[in-house]
Design a protein around this ligand. Structure first.
Ligand SMILES: O=C(O)C[C@H]1C=CC(=O)O1
Length: 96
């Protein structure tokens, strides 16, 4: 199942820099692990914003929720999820 996910990150300005750096380091490690596994298919920065557009390829909504809600930055993100299905005019033979 494919999901388009937008994540807007809002770290509190009063958060100590070391804490923010530790969260981002852990987030990167987990995000790269999910990308290596194929679950986090695309990760794109939205230009000019501390936000990303991602494509997740997971087995279920529950798996998506677990992946997103266990990210270290989850408490500081506003997240929008859009489920995707094939477009009848798509020329792609698969879901890539
Ligand atoms: O920077 C972000 O967009 C937030 C989050 C998503 C992946 C990651 O490493 O951090």
């Amino acid at each position: 199942m494919l999901f388009h996910v937008r994540m807007n990150v809002n770290l509190p300005p009063e958060m100590p820099a070391a804490e923010a750096t530790a969260l981002k380091t852990k987030e990167k490690e987990i995000a790269q692990g999910l990308q290596s596994s194929g679950k986090w298919r695309h990760l794109w920065r939205i230009a000019g914003q501390y936000a990303n557009i991602s494509i997740f390829d997971v087995e279920s909504v529950d798996e998506l929720h677990t992946a997103i809600s266990t990210l270290p930055l989850f408490p500081y993100m506003q997240i929008e999820v859009m489920p995707l299905c094939r477009h009848p005019s798509s020329v792609r033979g698969d879901d890539s």
